[in-house]
Design a protein around this ligand. Structure first.
Ligand SMILES: *Cc1c(COP(=O)(O)O)cnc(C)c1O
Length: 400
């Protein structure tokens, strides 16, 4: 009979790639090898007294799948092992991970200092919904630590950032920002969606909370939405409280897909990064290309910091063509294989025009100041053969 204890004790000193495949699983009495999927909303108890003990929290176990499900728990424990976090809370999506974190950890009257370069919907969430909680947000440049310090008010309770940024590959100094936050009793939060723990572990730099849109690289194949919040048990128990009473819970089915996604995370992130590096290097030599923004290139202003914080540079890059929006749209429309979509973190390479999609709600002045010009194209490199990606883009560029 397979023994779960034997399996788990092997993992005490296990490395990342082993944890990604094996961590966090409690095998069922059926001694299955692949992780089981528990599609159940509720659980039965032996008697009324046992039910009462579980509901009161005196007994640890499954009560109701809004906040306890074995498949979701496996995903949470596996991702926690990979991020080196005490606890992980899975959510229905990346957006609900962000909102649950704010609802759990902030109070009316509190203030957030946020990077200006954050996911578009996060921006909208802050301005339209977080504002209803009477929580205010100031935006600063990701790379300017002094600006973060200057933006701190008496009521500042949270730093919020993504690194590297979308799509310009700017990098925030995680260690410096975590230190600044700690000195001011501020909770530091990093959306680690672009790197995943395979490339960057923000908690190891002193960051308090990591957020994921698991929809992207963690699933990795564009099938399911999901999110996660990770940090100390003290903070995460408050996020669990939001799940229990508000309900932005990850479905067990999606958790099962994500568990399988984690098994190949390292391999995929390596392939995404290798393709992006090769593509960035090739794009630099194309006559129609004015600039390439990829932190893996030595000339990128954030290259050294990215190298310090990340084990690789990830799959997202941007490049600018001569001729503005018309030229950029010509390139995009002339490609025949690349998927025209704003999504990223998929095995399939995607091509996007940020100025008219992901960043269309940002004013033209602010866009241009951030380098997101009308001629900018974003590529989220998939794991297809690099020659085929290049051939498709070469054809697109030739049509300008
Ligand atoms: C996609 C994305 C989100 C939102 O995640 P969903 O799962 O789509 O809700 C948040 N942050 C970043 C950086 C993203 O790319």
């Amino acid at each position: 009979m397979a023994d779960n204890k034997r399996y788990d004790s092997q993992l005490d000193e296990a490395n990342f790639d082993t944890l990604a495949v094996r961590a966090g699983y409690q095998r069922s009495p059926e001694h299955e090898h692949s992780e089981a999927l528990f599609l159940t909303s509720s659980y039965v108890f032996g008697n009324a007294q046992e039910a009462a003990a579980f509901f009161a929290g005196d007994e640890d176990g499954n009560v109701y799948s809004r906040y306890t499900n074995p498949t979701v728990k496996t995903f949470e424990q596996r991702l926690a092992a990979l991020e080196n976090a005490e606890q992980c809370v899975a959510t229905a999506s990346g957006m609900s991970a962000i909102f649950s974190t704010i609802l759990a950890l902030l109070n009316p009257g509190d203030h957030i200092v946020s990077s200006r370069s954050i996911f578009g919907s996060t921006n909208v969430q802050f301005e339209k919904f977080v504002s209803k909680l009477n929580v205010t947000v100031s935006f600063v440049e990701l790379t300017d630590v002094d600006a973060w310090e200057a933006a701190i008010q008496d009521n500042t309770k949270m730093f919020y950032l993504e690194s590297p940024s979308n799509p310009m590959n700017e990098v925030g100094d995680l260690e410096a920002l975590a230190k600044l936050a700690k000195a001011n009793n501020i909770i530091s939060v990093v959306d680690n969606c672009f790197c995943t723990p395979a490339l960057q572990k923000p908690l190891s730099f002193g960051i308090d909370v990591v957020i994921h849109s698991a929809t992207k690289y963690i699933d990795g194949q564009g099938r399911c939405l999901g999110g996660a919040v990770l940090g100390s048990s003290e903070l995460m128990e408050q996020v669990v409280g939001v799940l229990r009473s508000v309900g932005p819970t990850m479905s067990p089915f999606n958790a099962w897909v994500m568990i399988k996604g984690l098994e190949t995370l390292s391999l995929r992130m390596k392939a995404h990064s290798e393709n992006a590096m090769a593509l960035a290097t090739w794009l630099k030599d194309q006559p129609q290309v004015k600039a390439v923004h990829y932190a893996g290139l030595p000339e990128h202003p954030c290259h050294d910091l990215a190298k310090k914080q990340q084990s690789n540079f990830g799959g997202v890059l941007a490049f600018e063509v001569e001729g503005g929006q018309e030229a950029a749209w010509t390139v995009i429309d002339s490609t025949r294989m690349l998927s025209i979509t704003a999504n990223l973190g998929d095995a399939k390479t995607t091509i996007t025009h940020p100025a008219t999609t992901t960043h269309c709600r940002v004013s033209a002045d602010a866009r241009n100041a951030a380098g997101i010009t009308d001629g900018l194209i974003r590529i989220a490199c998939g794991i297809e053969d690099i020659e085929d990606i290049q051939r498709d883009l070469a054809f697109g560029l030739s049509r300008i």
